[in-house]
Design a protein around this ligand. Structure first.
Ligand code: PEP
Ligand code: MN
Length: 299
């Protein structure tokens, strides 16, 4: 890694890539995130009903997702909007895991809820609004579950890395970074997808990095293009909102893909993912060759 990035982010040393720590892999059920396989997490913004979550889980699994997303505790802009089903939502997610074999990622919003959410979830999501809630980060880290850390709405890359450092410093190495768009002067989209940060994070950090094209764009018709850009930028995976009937969703319907749109996106991504795998294999071969040459040179 370029020396200036090391210096620039010197206050978060554990997050930075090094010869000793080139890439972290995060174990989830029987697979790993950051291991070369492109991992898709998909599901509704909120868990609403048994029928909704089961139908979505079955569908996204058939479409190639490995992880089911769905909020049971929801951070909402309005105090009068749907706040999530809470424990009932967690139980529905556990049923969906049982039925499909998908792992579960769901948000935890309060420190006191960490033990409960960790009982049901395979990955704890820390939402954008809580990225700098250090006591929540500490509790989530101590749960022992992998943590999906979403970038704050107005967080710089340095702020983002600082929060990741807090998780690592509390003894949890299994951290996944998520670029989900940031606030800017642009209002056509819900947020501004910071694809440069995705490339930068892949370059400087050993942690897996994923993208959330749903919250980054706020519009379902833009989601596939942003997903494609995320693959090209080197992301390790995606987290994307999918709903059986977006028009009737209790939250974030305008940015949710219906089943047909999810299938179309996954099919469209296939060749891009294949290209990414080819590039990774080439890079691996090059590295191997360089190591062999170095060994020969030293005798
Ligand atoms: C979500 O994933 O539904 C969510 C609320 O995301 P964010 O924290 O990125 O806004
Ligand atoms: Mn949402």
């Amino acid at each position: 890694m370029c020396e200036s990035w090391q210096e620039r982010f010197a206050e978060t040393p554990d997050v930075l890539k090094s010869a000793e720590r080139p890439q972290t892999t995060v174990p989830v059920l029987d697979f790993k995130i950051g291991d070369g396989e492109f991992v898709t997490m998909a599901g509704p913004c909120s868990v609403e009903t048994e029928q909704q979550i089961m139908a979505t889980a079955e569908h996204v699994r058939r479409g190639g997702a490995r992880i089911l997303r769905g909020g049971a505790f929801k951070p909402r802009s309005s105090p009068y909007a749907f706040q999530g089903l809470g424990l009932a939502g967690l139980k529905l997610l556990a049923c969906a895991r049982q039925a499909t074999g998908l792992a579960i990622v769901t948000e935890v919003m309060a420190e006191g809820d960490v033990p409960l959410v960790a009982e049901y979830a395979d990955i704890l999501q820390i939402g954008s609004r809580n990225m700098e809630n250090y006591s929540l980060l500490a509790a989530a880290a101590r749960s022992g579950r992998p943590v999906l850390l979403k970038r704050g709405l107005v967080a710089t890359v340095a702020d983002f890395l600082r929060s990741a450092q807090v998780l690592l410093a509390h003894g949890n190495p299994h951290v996944i970074l998520c670029e989900r768009g940031i606030r800017s002067f642009e209002t056509a989209m819900r947020n501004t997808f910071d694809v440069a940060s995705l490339a930068l994070l892949k370059q400087i950090s050993h942690l897996p990095v994923i993208a959330d094209p749903s919250h980054a764009s706020g519009h379902s018709d833009l989601v596939p293009a942003l997903a494609r850009v995320a693959v090209a930028a080197g992301a390790d995976g995606l987290i994307v909102e999918v709903h059986p009937c977006p028009a009737k969703a209790w939250s974030d319907g305008e940015q949710s893909l219906d089943f047909a749109a999810f299938d179309a996106m996954m099919a469209m991504l296939d060749p891009w993912i294949a290209l990414r795998e080819m590039e990774l294999a080439q890079r691996c071969n090059r590295q191997h060759l360089e190591e062999l040459q170095m060994m020969e040179a030293v005798g």
